[in-house]
Write a protein that binds this ligand. Sequence first.
Ligand code: CTP
Length: 401
Amino acid sequence: MPFAGRHVLLGVSGGIACYKSCTLARRLAEGGAAVDVVLTASAAEFVRPVTFEALTGRPVLTSLWQPDRALAHIGLARQPDLAIVAPATANLLARAAVGLADDLLTALLLARTGPVLAAPAMNDAMYAHPATRANVKTLAGRGWHFVGPDTGPLAEGPSERPGRMSEPEAVLAAAARLLLQRAPWLGKKVVVTAGPTREHVDPVRVVTNPSSGRMGYSVAEAAYARGADVVLVSGPSDLPLPLGVTTHRVETTAEMQRAVESLVKHADLLVMAAAPADYRPARPATGKRPRADGTLTLELEATPDILASLKPPSGCVVVGFALEAAGAEGGNGVARAQAKLREKHLDYIILNDALEPGAGFEVTTNRVTIIGKSGTPIELPLLDKRDVAERILDAVEQALT
Ligand code: CTP
C-alpha cells in the first residue's frame, strides 16, 4: 500500500498526454493518497480543473493569484511526500531547469526540497533536441527522477523514437518506488529467475512443469520497489512483465543457465525462484513426431543444475528455493532443504511444499519457511506471494553489504 496516507502533489503541464494524468490522479486517490493537483494554464486548456477535482475530491490549483491561497505554494512545495510532474512538457522542463517561477507549478518546484518524479511527454524531435537533453541532465543532476518517455505512437503519428508519456501504471510503479525505497537496496544489482523452463521433445511438444512464475515476478517487483536495479530472467510465463524491471526471456534450462552465469557476475543478490526443468529429451526430433498407437518411450537426460555449477562473485548473496512434496513423501522438508542449502552453497533457501493447499505452483499464495545458514528457520503463515516476497527480502536485507 505505497500510497495510503501519503500526500502527493501532481503537477500537470500542457500536452495531449494530460488525459493520462486523469488516470494517474484517480489511481493515487484510490490508493489512499491525498492528491493535490496543480495545472499550468495550458494544461487547463486540455483538461478542466473540475475533472481533477472530481477524481481527487480536493480543490485544484491553477494560479499563483487565487484568492485565499496566498503563500499556499510554500506549504504545498514542502509538505507532500512526493511531487509528480506528468506530463512534463519540454517547456516545463526548460522552465524548471532555469529556475523560473513564473506560474504556480514552477514556483512550487523551485521551492521544493523533497523528491520530484517527472514523466516527460513531447514530440520526439523536441525530446532529442540538445536543449531538452541538457535540461533533463540538469534536473537529474539536482536529484529529479524520471520515468520514460516511452517509444510509440505520438499525437502526430507513429514514431520509433522516445517522446510518449509512460503509461500511468509505469508512473505509479516509479512513484511507489520513491516512497518505499530503503537505503540497503539503493544501487544494488538484483537478479531474479522465475517460471518454468521448457525442453523440446520435437518442434511442437515440450517437457515442462506448471510453475506460473508468480513467486519470482513478485520478488522482482518487491526488490524494484525497495530501490534495487532488477533483472528478471523469466521462463515461459503469461504474467505481465514487472514495471521498471529489465526482463530477459528464456526457454530452456541451458538458456537460463547462460543468462544467469553472465548476469550474476555483477550481482549483489541472486534469487533463484525459477523451477527449471530437471530433464530434457536426450534426442529431440527436428520434425514433428508422427502419432502412433501404443506407447512411446522417451529417453531423458539431466539438464544442468544452474545453482550447483554457479560461481557467484564474492559478496553476492544467493537465495534458492526448495520445492518439496512432503505431503506425499512424508519426512522432514526442513532437513532436505538444509541439505540443498549446503550442497548448492546458498546463503538462504526458501522451502515450500508443492502439495500443500494454497502453496507452490499455479496459486497466488504460498506458505514458506525461510532457512539461513545459521539461526532458526522462519516459518511464515499462508500469504499472498507478494507478501512472501517482502518477507524474503526482509530476511536477506541484513546480508546485503
Ligand atoms: N535449480 C537450478 N537448476 C536446476 C533445477 C533447480 O538451479 N536444473 C534451482 C531452483 O531454482 C531452486 C533450487 O535449485 O532454487 C532447488 O530446486 P528444487 O527443484 O527444489 O531441487 P533440485 O535441486 O532440483 O532437487 P530435487 O528435484 O531432487 O528436489
